[in-house]
Design a protein. Structure first.
Length: 154
């Protein structure tokens, strides 16, 4: 009976320890660059739209399949359920987004969001936003700095 208690206690401790280690690591990311995946030159309205996305200075925390956007808007969503970067609808009747996300996750050691842009005439409509990894401290300090520059409350 005593051995069974000890085995039960040992199994319980191992279970608790494994759950602590199973938690996903939180990583902090700031948007770096927006470009066409093919690296073809961007022109006209498409260029203006991609520049506006870059100027938004997206900041996101990734933890497992969870994404937490902290700037320029606050939003929590599963990466697998992220449908748009801008939330701008192209045609409300069809519920299509101007930028339709088809992948958000880690790639080549960095975080990326890949999306199709429906606003241009070019058939090569696949784009990517790359992100730089920051420490937790750098991440929140950078958001504070951006908000201050834009006259927003911290």
């Amino acid at each position: 009976m005593k051995i069974q208690r000890q085995l039960f206690f040992l199994a319980l401790m191992l279970l608790l320890f494994s759950n602590c280690n199973a938690q996903e690591q939180r990583t902090y990311w700031a948007a770096n660059e927006v470009y066409r995946i093919s690296r073809e030159t961007i022109h006209g309205v498409t260029l203006a739209y991609m520049e506006s996305l870059a100027e938004e200075q997206l900041h996101v925390v990734k933890s497992g399949d969870s994404l937490e956007f902290h700037y320029p808007f606050e939003k929590k969503v599963k990466a697998s359920e992220l449908r748009t970067v801008s939330n701008f609808k192209l045609f409300d009747d069809y519920n299509e987004a101007l930028d339709s996300v088809y992948y958000a996750g880690l790639e080549n050691g960095g975080f990326v969001i890949k999306f199709c842009y429906l606003g241009g005439l070019n058939k090569d409509n696949k784009f990517i936003i790359t992100f730089d990894q920051l420490s937790r401290e750098e991440y929140f300090e950078e958001i504070k700095k951006i908000k201050k520059e834009n006259g927003e409350k911290h």
